[in-house]
Design a protein around this ligand. Sequence first.
Ligand code: PLP
Length: 426
Amino acid sequence: MNTYRDRMFTGKELEEIRSKFYYADRDAYGRERLFFDNAGGSLRLKKAEEVFHRIDSMPDASEHSNSLALELSEIEERGREDIKKVIFGAEGGTIYPTYTASLIAMEMIRLITENASGTNVVTTLLEHPSVYDAAAYNSRKHGMELRVAGVNKETGGVDADAILDLVDKDTSLLACMAASNISGSIYETEKICREARKINPDIVIYVDAVQHAPHGLLDPEKWGADVVSFAPYKFFGARGFGIAYLSERVSRLPHHRLLGKAEDDWEIGSPATAHFAVITQIVNYVADLGRKALPLEESRRKLFEAGMKRIADHERGLLDMMLEGFPDLPGLRRIPGLTVRMDGKDLTGRDLILGIEFDRLDCRDAVAEYEKRGVIAFERALSSIYSKRMVEAFDSRGMVRLSPLHVNTPEDIRAFLKVTKELARL
Ligand SMILES: Cc1ncc(COP(=O)(O)O)c(C=O)c1O
């Protein structure tokens, strides 16, 4: 009995879910397609985009006192609360909203290393360049040693022990992601934070959750992380916003702010009200999914938690279908002419992102061939600054990254496998 497929959305539920997203089966020109590049920017919720346009079209300034301004200010407050209490499930700490998650990484890693007393920084080979390069640049600048944990080639992740072996009482910063944007492998974040703090209680821990956020729950206070970031454009929302949770001690680090504002206030300039409104729509959507599994009176965070679990359950079913196929259609693991890379067997440790290599097609050619057949994928090529370090870590020539979403159906996976079989024969 295949347990990964037991808790997927029903056909009726999927129909409803798909109706809530733009471009679930056709692109902006009406061409039919399968969008399997959600890790680069996910399908958007119609309500999120609609509310963004409605709010952003108003000239009223939320910090002023006319009636519409006050309404906008309430929308922002609701968004802030949804970010902190619902998406991050946090009681304390501060929210830092800015333009991109890369900006957060660069800014926070600069500040943390500037104010740290340790002599080394620990990170992993799989980090996004905004984290890895900031760790490399700032550790060099402050004369600290940069220690980099290597990958587990089987699982596509980085083992907790490989990270913890590098942490000592002089580690000022540990920067490691919640899940990989190349393999989907989920890090053991809670264990890593807990054990790292046993070695050095003062360590500052940065968790890049940009790729994990649309697939699983974020829980910085339970994890024991100091900074956790995500980007709404990969989480059914809009581009132009990056958000971090900051623990209380990190929120008090000296930072740019208007001096009349509170010491732990990180918002600079006029608030982007429309972006906060988008967040509330994302939370509403996920909480609605959770409502089907929980009593109505549960808290918004509990409903959100249940909704994210339903998303993860459906996506594990899709992942299993991609890998194992169907009785009449082989999955990726069994299609001759291609290899699934970083293919950890325990799917509970994986988000819905995977990498494959064709025997006879370069990854760029494969992505072009996919597009000709109506499938949008992404190449993780050796020539890209976003991919080289990770691709080399897995001894790969370059991979095709596939990142569907919970919006996809078993029929989508069947159609994708048929196209893939064709490509493997080219
Ligand atoms: C894991 C990870 N971290 C950080 C980022 C950077 O996010 P942003 O585009 O908001 O700067 C990305 C973007 O792809 C990512 O995949």
